[in-house]
Design a binder for this molecule. Sequence first.
Ligand code: V4E
Length: 201
Amino acid sequence: KPLKAAVEVEEKFAASIEPEALEKRVRELGGEVLRTVEFYDEYFDTDDLKLTTRDTWLRRRDGAWELKIPAEARRQATGGETTAFREIEDVPAIAAELASLGVAGFPDDTTLKPFAAFGTRRDKYALNEVSVDVDAASYGHSIMELEVMTDGTEGDIERARGLIAAAAVDLGCEKLGETGGKLETYLRRFCPRHAEALGFL
Ligand code: V4E
C-alpha cells in the first residue's frame, strides 16, 4: 500500500474500568501491559481561533511540536465517535499547513498563543494493533482511548474503526459521558468562552 500519511483513528471512552480488572482483561485477550508515561501538553491558537474552529490542534508535548488535522469531513464535535486525524511532527511541514490556514510565521514569529496547558499520566496497554491508553489529566479528569495507526487510505481507516469497535466490546469499554476528552473538558471548565465558540458547551 502506498504510504499517504500517518493517520490515527481514535475513540474515547469513560475511564470506568479499575486498573487491576483492565490489566487482567488485557492479558486474557493476549495483549500486553506496557509502561506508564507522563507528559505535559500546551495547546496553541490565534486570538480569533483560526485553528480550533477548524478542528485543527497545535500542541507542544514536552517541548516537541505536533499538529493534528482532521483526515476526513467532520463527523461530530464531541463524544461517542471515532475520529481520524493526520498527525504532523515535522516543524517545516507544520509551518506550511499553518500558512495554508492563514497563520504565518510559525514557529518564531507567530501570532499563536497558548490557551491550555496540563499534564497527563498515561497507563499504556496493547491489544494487537490497538493501543489502549488510560489517561489521568493533572487538573482532575480521566479518560480511556483506543487508537490504531493507519496509512491514511479510506480502507485502512475503516479497518481501524472495526478493530477499535471489537476491542471496545472485548474490554467492556463504556461510552464517554457528557464530559468529553481531556482538552474539551479543560476548555469547558477553564475557558468557557472558547468552549462555547467550539460548540462544546
Ligand atoms: C480537542 C480535540 C483534539 C486535541 C486533543 O487530542 P486528543 O486525542 O484528545 O489528545 P491526546 O492527549 O489523547 O493525544 P494523543 O496522545 O492521543 O495524540 S483532537 C480532536 N479534538 C476535538 C474532538 C473531536 N473533533 N471529535 C471528538 C469525537 N472528540 C474530540
